[in-house]
Structure formats: C-alpha cells, structure tokens
Design a protein around this ligand. Sequence first.
Ligand SMILES: Nc1nc2c(c(=O)[nH]1)N[C@H]1C(S)=C(S)[C@@H](COP(=O)(O)OP(=O)(O)OC[C@H]3O[C@@H](n4cnc5c(=O)[nH]c(N)nc54)[C@H](O)[C@@H]3O)O[C@H]1N2
Ligand SMILES: Nc1nc2c(c(=O)[nH]1)N[C@H]1C(S)=C(S)[C@@H](COP(=O)(O)OP(=O)(O)OC[C@H]3O[C@@H](n4cnc5c(=O)[nH]c(N)nc54)[C@H](O)[C@@H]3O)O[C@H]1N2
Ligand SMILES: [Mo]
Length: 736
Amino acid sequence: MDEPEISKPKDYAGGLPAVASSMKHVIARDGVFRGPKALLELNQIGGFDCPSCAWPDPDDERSPTEFCENGAKAVASEAMRTTIGREFFARHSIDDLLAKDDAWHDQQGRLAEPMILREGATHYEPIDWEDAFQLLAREFSALDSPDEAIFYTSGRASNEAAFLHQLVARAFGTNNLPDCSNMCHESSGEALKKAIGIGKGTVTLDDLTQAEVILCVGQNPGTNHPRMLATLETAVENGAKIVAINPLKEAGLIGFAHPQKPKGLAGKPTPLASTYLQVRSNGDMALFRGIAKCLEGDTDFIEQHTTGYDGYRSILQSTGWDEIERLSGIPQAEIEALAALMARGDRRVITCWAMGLTQHRNAVATIREITNVHLMLAALGRPGAGLCPVRGHSNVQGDRTVGIWEKMPESFLTALDQKAGIQSPRAEGLDTVGSILAMHRGEAKVFFALGGNFVQASPDTGMTSAALRKCRLTCQVSTKLNRSHLITGKQALILPCLGRSEDDQGRFVSCENSMGIVQMSRGSLAPASQSLRSEPTIVARLGEAIVGDVGNIRWQHLASDYDEIRRWIEAVVPGFEAYNQRVRRGGGFYLPNPVKSREWRTASGKAEFSADGLDAFQVSPGHLILQTLRSHDQFNTTVYGKNDRYRGISNGRRIVFLNPDDMAERGIKPLQAIDLISHWEDGEREAKAFLAIPYDMPAGLAAAYFPEANVLVPAGSVAIGSNTPTSKAIEISIRI
Ligand SMILES: Nc1nc2c(c(=O)[nH]1)N[C@H]1C(S)=C(S)[C@@H](COP(=O)(O)OP(=O)(O)OC[C@H]3O[C@@H](n4cnc5c(=O)[nH]c(N)nc54)[C@H](O)[C@@H]3O)O[C@H]1N2
Ligand SMILES: Nc1nc2c(c(=O)[nH]1)N[C@H]1C(S)=C(S)[C@@H](COP(=O)(O)OP(=O)(O)OC[C@H]3O[C@@H](n4cnc5c(=O)[nH]c(N)nc54)[C@H](O)[C@@H]3O)O[C@H]1N2
Ligand SMILES: [Mo]
C-alpha cells in the first residue's frame, strides 16, 4: 500500500532538483549502469534520438547535455544492465508477476531472450527465435480471414520498423493497424486535416522563439516535454507572453529554472505564464469561442484563404456570454483581455496543446474551434504563428507518416502497391478501440504488438484484459517487462528487441519529431543481451513467416539493409526524396508542410472554418469529472518511481486529487481511502481505495494517474470523429 506524503506543490520546474533526480535514476538503475555514455550521445547529431518525448532538438547549436530529467530516466530505464530471461521466468509464475506493480516490473531489467507461454502453462519458458516464427506462421495461417489479425504499434518504433510493420499487415491482407496515436493525438490529426489539409503542426522552434503570444493548452510540459521549457524561456526573453490554460496549476507552466544555466541551478526561475486560466474541465471550446467573439477577423486573409466564415460568424453571434462563462468557468473580462493580447502587434500567436484537449468527447470540435481563432487572426503559415500539437512518443508522428494507420489514403496505398507489387486491402481497418471490441467479440484472434503496453495503455482495463484473453495468440516485441506480457491470449510470445541506445551492427534508423524533422538515430551501447534482434529484423522475419516473399518484397534483403527500406519509403511517401543522403546530414531534414506556404490541401482547397454546436462535458449532480494524467515519474505505462515532485506528492500513485471544497462537502479527510465509481451507459466500473489529496483545481473535477485509473474509462466513451478514449473526462461518483 502506498503511503504518500504531501507537500506544497512547486511553483517552477527544473533547477537543481531536476539534476539531482536525473542522477538518482541513472545511478539507482542497477549500479553498473551503461548510462553515462548513453546520456552523452543522447540527442547529439550522429547519436541516438531520445526515446522519451517528441520535442525537437535545436537545428544548429546543441548543448553537450541536450536532454532533460525525464529523458535521462527513460534512458536509464532502457540502458539497465540487468537482464531477465529463463531463470527469472522459471522463478516467477504469471500470477506471481501479476501481483507486482508496474514500477517493480520496470526495475527487473531488460528482456533477454524470446519466451513462450504455452496454452495452460503457469510460467513462460524459452523458445528459439525460429520456433517462435514458426508458431506465428501457424497461428496467422489458421485464421479464417486476414482481418482476424491485429498489428499494434507504439510510437517508439522507428520509421524503418514501422514501414515494414504496415507492409507485413497489408501484404498479409488487413488494415488492422491500431496504434498509440489512436489514444493520443488522433483528434488533432482529424481536426487539422479537415481544417487545414495536414494532420500535423505548422510551426518550428524558430517560430516559437519569434512568437508574441504562446498559448499552452491542456498540457504539462514541465513533466512531459521538459525541453519545451527551454524554448518557452527563450521566447519570454524575446518578449513573448505565455498563456497557460489548464484546470491545474502546473509548476512547469508557472516558471522554469534552466538546469543547464547558472541562474537556473541557483534556483532562480524565469517566470513563464503571465496569464493562467484555470479553465473548467472541457471548457476550452467555450473559451476559444469567447476569444473569437472578441476578435476582429483579418478580412484579407479570410477572403483569400478560407471558406465557411459566414457560418462561423453567425454562430459566434448567437452564442451568449452567459453560456461561454458557464461552460469555460472563465469570466468574460478575462477572456476579453486574452483576446486583446492575442490581437495586438503582428498577431504572431502560437497555440500548443496535448492530451488535455485531445481526450475529450468533443476534442475534434474543440481543436477546430482553436483553428478558427487562428484563421481569424491569420496566424497560420507565417513566421512566429501557427498551431502546435505537442506530440507524445518520440516517433509517433513518423509512424503515421510511413503508413501506420488503419485508414491510410488511397494515394499511399496505390504507391505502396506499385512499389511492393501487392494488392493492399482497401477496407478500413480497426483502430485501438475497434480492436478491443473485435477481440472481445471473438472476431480477432491474433494480436501482434510492435512495442507498447496495450493492456495498460488502453481504456477499460477489465474489458481489454478479457478481450486479449480471448485471443489464440498474443505476441509482444518489447524491451521491458510489462502487464501485456501477463494478460495474454491462450498462448503468448515475448520477442525481445534492441533499444534505441544500443548498437545495431552499426546501422541507424530514423525518426520524425513533433515539428516534422526527420533525423537519424544510431545507438552505441553493447546490446543488453546477445539474443536481442532489431525491430526491423523481427518484423521482416514475421513477414517472411506469415506472408513470404511476394510481389517485389524480399524480406531478408529489406532486413539486412536499412537503406533499402528507406528507398522504399522514398518511393511510397512524398517528401522523402534523397532520404538516404539527407538523413545522413547533421540535423536531418524537414518534411514538406504545405501550410507554411499557405497551400491548403482540404476538400475545398482553402482553410475551412467549422461551425460546431458548443458544449462541454456535464455530469449528474453530486458526480465529478475525472481526468487521468501522468505523474512526473512515469513514461506512459512505465513507472519509474512513485513521486510526483512538482505536485508535491511522494511515494504514492493510487491517489486522487480533489478540490478541497468538494472534499469538505463530502466529509473526506486528506489521505482518506475512497472508492471511485465511473458511470457509463453500459453500467458502472469501480476502482477501490484511492487516497484523497486536496489540490488547487476547479470544483467538480478529480484527477488520478494513468494507468491505475484506466479501469474506470469505458471503452465506449470516445471522441466524436477520432474514436479516442475520453481519458480526460469520465463521470465518477465517490464512495466513502
Ligand atoms: N516524462 C514523460 N514524458 C512524456 C510522457 C510521459 O508519460 N512521461 N508521455 C508522452 C506522451 S505519449 C504524451 S501523449 C505526452 C502527454 O503530455 P500531456 O498532455 O502534457 O500529459 P497529461 O499528463 O495527460 O497532461 C494533460 C494535462 O492536461 C490538463 N487537462 C486535463 N483536462 C483538461 C481540460 O479539459 N482542459 C485543459 N485546458 N487542460 C486539461 C491536465 O491538467 C494536465 O496538465 O507526453 C509525452 N511525454
Ligand atoms: N487513461 C489514460 N490512458 C491513456 C492515456 C492517458 O492520458 N490516460 N494516454 C494515452 C497515450 S497519449 C498513449 S501514447 C498511450 C501509450 O501507449 P503505449 O505506447 O502502448 O504504451 P507505453 O507505456 O509507451 O509502452 C511501454 C512499453 O513499450 C516497450 N518498449 C519501450 N521501448 C521500446 C522499444 O524501443 N521497442 C519496443 N519494441 N518496445 C519498447 C516496453 O516493453 C514498455 O513496457 O497510452 C494512452 N492511454
Ligand atoms: Mo501519447
């Protein structure tokens, strides 16, 4: 049982404690840590790409320590020297391992050799690589239809591994390619594609440092994108105003003490947000509508570049301030002041956002509302202005670019078919939620995951577990032990792979960061075990086993020469011309972004205003809205430790943050254990014994950590248009 201690939340991020914490994690991991060498090569030109977040590296000058506390934790976790193989799995039964927590799993070390869990067995046992692929061949060929197979991808996979993975799936005959993005920025992609013709952000680091106003909406960069704070600091030094929009006061939005600068180390932070709006949960759409109501549109830009403005203007006029104030929780005067700030000067405004916007029922409409505001300001496609969805996993954007998506456009499939000499299926495949439901109905029977931790990352842990257990076979390509190795199909395979930091016979792979820059990543540490294979090698061998050499595909050849994979990507995906030459240049290359030159690849050929009905998530009287979020000591489902330093929590994860008045009203004392019950149309779900923590946040809101609280997220509760689980808005009640 956790015994958390509470202290006052911090009012800035970084500083000496960040350095101390990095060192603690680097040293604690295993004594003989391979980390110091790894850290020196992290994010250096010619080194490897940080496996943590997708924030870009500076194009030119890089400091010798171009990483952050949380990047250091990610590398420390990957670069552990301890390994787990046959002895470990002989010692621990599945039930025994299920009883341990996620932090314990991470501490055990790197997966060292392929393992199999045979039908009815209580323990994993070793299996040869070749036998594993033969089992895969048998199980895939026993399916009645290719659509009974699911190929999941987590966003750490390189472009090369991901391209092969989608090629295997499509050559096998299915578009069932769910990925972590379905749970992450899918809503951003969906909204931006419709509105501006490309599902990606439109700005670079230079734009951020030239902006006059930067809005950080629904994101916690101090924990999740710490290197972003250095960019924000520079922006502030250049005169920018930072506006934070978040129900919680997050330390990293208030101030930043740069741990690589003397002033920062001395604990003298640069104040960041000059305006901090503690918006109501899901009140962002109303807030941006309010901003739009105050703005005078840029008529030249609107005339020349957009459609749908008249419809939007009439909806602005018909939305009243009382509704905007009620849904956003922000007074009209404050919204007017923010609009005035954004409309000053050259209107060089950038809006950044992450999961606080994307994981809501109306996420797509909300992001379109923000885009409307940018269209009114002409704050798109010019220096210092634009839209910046801040990506999560380090290559989640690249995976999508090279074909990891259950509904790639016809242009991609045509090019792929031509290059590969195959006929890809055209029917839309299953996304993450679709896959859970299909497995649960018994319609999908083999689940193959390239990385990630599907059972913990997915909503509705109970249902997802039951779904996976119905499969004939679940197979995980992984670096570290996690719950998806323990909640399995009738049979299960663990295929252990090299991590980013490790030498792959001198070969390199490539990744695309949040700003569309493609860069090489070459590991240098000796592999944790001789039995590990690289991801491209494993995926190509899967292709050989379940599809064989068909059309122009020669799997062995592709696996042996990553330049050849890149030539295939170049042939299939626009923007990768001279991939092999350009990726070898220091700093990599930018993929084309048509919005930068105000070219709109939308249905109408113009940027499109939306005019959606305004709403915000509402719950029954007495109920609360629960959001699930990340602590400072985790990377998604990988739990490094039990502290959440900036929020003043140590040694606790099974906790729930509540508004103090909401606690008093219910007679709940600090640290009292309470049960959380979520309410959805198909019934209730419950999570027992969470310790209550009073926290500065709007009444009616509750917050608990992902993945502990995922049991409460109903699989059916998804964002309209993107099918993303509504992990930031779940209706709950409290039982004392
Ligand atoms: N160290 C570390 N780095 C990471 C990760 C990690 O787990 N650890 N994960 C990576 C991944 S995959 C991703 S996607 C990103 C996630 O990065 P974030 O999106 O920053 O992650 P969350 O913890 O989900 O934080 C969501 C924030 O949204 C706020 N929020 C919740 N509801 C609302 C709302 O209705 N409106 C507004 N305006 N705000 C709201 C919360 O208070 C919180 O501050 O980080 C990436 N980087
Ligand atoms: N309730 C709730 N649920 C959420 C979220 C939320 O905010 N709230 N956030 C969602 C988001 S934004 C995301 S992106 C998803 C994340 O979903 P996933 O990407 O599926 O989960 P991760 O925790 O990032 O995966 C961690 C595992 O990846 C494996 N791994 C690590 N490095 C490598 C590697 O280099 N290669 C391979 N093959 N494997 C590796 C390790 O075994 C590790 O255990 O979760 C989503 N789920
Ligand atoms: Mo994510």
